[in-house]
Each structure stands twice: as structure tokens, then as C-alpha cells.
Design a protein around this ligand. Structure first.
Ligand code: SF4
Length: 372
């Protein structure tokens, strides 16, 4: 459904500004922008790319330690491309949205195989890589190669939706189209400029540190002289909220099988779908399915298992209610298991694959239980 866009926007050229938009952004950035982030040192397309992917849906302060550790393990694009997927996912454990890590790995292999190991400098070629959209591609190319490209991440969307008082939810395609036009029109005009990297960083920083979601500091903002929502006293009402939709709830039964040695059975999840490629406990949609499986492989009735406290985990489009059952195993399986996708994990050692947050939590709870 097409959105009603703001028809009351005053053209930028006619607004009372003292300096062009980009000039004001640069002055603010020189004083307040972030210039010592780890990926701004030894700047390369590879490092900028990794940081941009980590920063999607994750705050800078959370990303920094992950980025440093990731760079220690995978210091070059080649080392990432040649790594096992499990190793990559392990270093992503805790950051969430694991499709990002799988795409990163796949894209590194594409660059190794199709671009001679050199991160491409052409917008279309970058967008063609797994997990990179138009905004991320623009950010990488402007920051790493000083190319002139607009970006439209969550922070920039918020700034522009406020600056132009754009009607409608910024996630809708009609509003995004409008915001892209604004983002492109506001780019620094003078040619050539060596400040495309600074401009991109400044727009991200302005949204992250000044024009924040809950407490925008308008009086000190370089855009306040012609920001539409500031002028009309509507700051708190923009960007407009997403139309409300209830998130559905799903259930899953997890069987935590522990053998006499204290080892726990883990299964590798299929590479697509939730927690793709990560390790989990055997999972079932229904108790009856879990019961049949347990009886079939271990000759144990589900009633003999202990039900642990439930856990709720929220994905972007549904809540997952987890019902964990702890099962003590005395006997060896009566049938051959899928050797490639299952292993008995010794809980006294560090796990070498990727684990989703609720699985780590349940394993830690079990370890504490075993040592108490
Ligand atoms: S004036 Fe306020 S609302 Fe407008 S861009 Fe600046 S911080 Fe955001």
C-alpha cells in the first residue's frame, strides 16, 4: 500500500540556512564525530566491511570487542574465506542475527574466487555480494575508497525523517524511496572531495549520538535551523511508528540429554532457517514427537525427564517459548545416529562451534547445576 508522504516540505534551497547541509555536518563532525574506532585505524575495505556488517542491528560499544577478536582470528579476507563455517559462527556467538556471519563467509569466498581476493570498488559488484544491501555498500565504498555514495541505515533514516518531517513508517518502501532521494540530494556537492568517508561517518554519528531515538539534543544540532520537526515542535512524533502487529508465539521442546560422564548431546541445525548452522539440543515442535524420538533412540519415556524452567527468546518476527527437558542417559543409543550432525559435548571444555544465546544459557545453567 502506498504511503502518504509529507507534502509540506519546504525545498532545502529556500530554507534559512547559514551554510550548505554538508558543510554544517563537517563542522559538527570535526568537533564531535567518532574518529578512534578500531576499524578507522589501519583502514581497509575488509575491516570496514566487517565493521559495517557487525554494526547492523548492534551498537558500537557491543561491536568493538567482537571486532577486535574477529580481526585477531581472521586478519585478512583470505583467512576468513578459507576458514570453516563453524569457526566463523563461533566468533559470531552472542552477536545474534547469524545469517550475517554466514553471508560474510560466503561473500569472502566469492571475493577470493571471483575478484582475486580484492574487495571490489564498484557499487553493483559490492551489492551482488551476499548480505550487502545498497546502504552497506555505499558505506563501505565511501569510507574505504572515498567514493560518493549515500547511505540509509537506521540512524540516517531517523535523522532524515525528522529533518524533512516525513510522514509514514521508515520501513515502508514508499518512505524509503523518498528518504533515498533526500540522502542522495544532500551529499557533498563539491568535486572532488576527499571527505566522503567523513560525511558517511558523520551522518551515522549524528544519528547515533545526537539525533537519538529518545533524547535528541536539538539545541546543539547543526541542523536545527532548518529541521522541520524542530521548527514545528514535533520532534517526539518522528519518525512515525510502525503500524502495530502482534508477534506470534511458537513453542519448541528441547531435549538436553546428558550421559553418565556429564557430556551433553548437541545437534547441528540445518544451514537455513533460525539458528542456521549453529549447534542446539535436539528440538521438536510437539511433546509427542519428542517422546517418540526419546523412546525410539534411548528407550526412555519423556515422563522420566525433568522439565526445567521455560525460556522465552524473541526473534524479529516471532517469540519462541522453549520447554527444556533434562534427560539422564544410562544406555547407549539403540540405533545409529546421524554422526555428522550430532556430537557429545564435554561441558568441561570450550565448545568449538556456534551456539545461539538460549543454548549457551541452558548449557551454563547445566554446568552450574553439575558443580553445585
Ligand atoms: S534538530 Fe533535533 S530532530 Fe532535527 S535533526 Fe537535529 S537532533 Fe534531530
Amino acid at each position: 500500500m502506498s504511503q502518504q508522504l509529507n507534502l509540506h516540505i519546504q525545498p532545502l534551497e529556500t530554507q534559512s540556512t547559514t551554510l550548505p547541509f554538508a558543510e554544517r555536518i563537517f563542522i559538527w563532525f570535526d568537533q564531535h564525530g567518532r574518529k578512534n574506532l578500531p576499524w578507522q585505524e589501519n583502514r581497509s575495505a575488509y575491516r570496514v566491511w566487517i565493521s559495517e556488517i557487525m554494526l547492523q542491528q548492534t551498537q558500537v560499544n557491543t561491536v568493538i570487542p567482537y571486532f577486535l577478536k574477529f580481526m585477531q582470528t581472521f586478519p585478512s579476507l583470505e583467512s576468513l574465506a578459507n576458514a570453516e563455517q563453524d569457526e566463523v559462527l563461533k566468533h559470531w556467538s552472542g552477536l545474534g542475527y547469524y545469517a550475517r556471519a554466514r553471508n560474510l563467509h560466503k561473500a569472502a569466498q566469492t571475493i577470493r574466487d571471483q575478484h582475486e581476493g580484492i574487495f571490489p570498488d564498484d557499487l553493483e559488484a559490492v551489492i551482488a555480494l551476499s548480505g550487502i544491501g545498497k546502504s552497506t555498500a555505499g558505506a563501505i565504498l565511501s569510507i574505504a575508497y572515498q567514493q560518493k555514495h549515500a547511505i540509509l541505515d537506521g540512524n540516517v533514516k531517523r535523522v532524515l525523517a525528522r529533518y524533512y518531517q516525513v510522514e509514514g513508517w521508515t520501513g515502508s518502501s514508499a518512505v524509503q524511496k523518498q528518504l533515498w532521494e533526500y540522502a542522495e540530494r544532500l551529499l557533498p556537492q563539491q568535486q572532488p572531495t576527499q571527505r566522503h568517508a567523513d560525511y558517511t561517518q558523520a551522518m551515522m554519528d549524528l544519528g547515533a549520538t545526537l539525533c537519538t531515538r529518545s533524547k535528541p539534543d536539538c539545541p546543539v544540532c547543526p541542523l536545527c535551523s532548518d529541521c522541520q520537526v524542530f521548527r514545528t515542535g514535533q520532534v517526539q512524533n518522528y519518525p512515525q511508528a510502525k503500524p502495530k502487529k502482534k508477534i506470534p508465539e511458537r513453542n519448541t521442546i528441547m531435549l538436553i540429554l546428558q550421559n553418565k560422564a556429564g557430556d551433553v548431546l548437541l545437534e547441528k541445525r540445518p544451514s537455513v532457517g533460525i539458528w542456521g548452522g549453529l549447534w542446539s539440543f535436539p528440538q521438536f515442535e510437539q511433546e509427542s514427537q519428542a517422546g517418540e524420538w526419546l523412546l525410539d533412540y534411548y528407550a526412555i519415556a519423556l515422563e522420566q525427564a525433568s522439565l526445567l524452567p521455560e525460556r522465552m527468546h524473541t526473534f524479529s518476527h516471532f517469540h519462541l517459548r522453549i520447554h527444556p527437558y533434562l534427560v539422564q542417559i544410562e544406555t547407549v543409543p539403540s540405533r545409529i545416529m546421524e554422526a555428522n550432525h550430532q556430537l557429545w559435548y564435554n561441558t568441561h571444555t570450550e565448545f568449538s562451534g556456534g551456539l545461539a544465546a538460549p543454548i549457551s544459557y541452558l548449557l551454563n545453567t547445566l554446568k552450574r547445576k553439575n558443580t553445585s
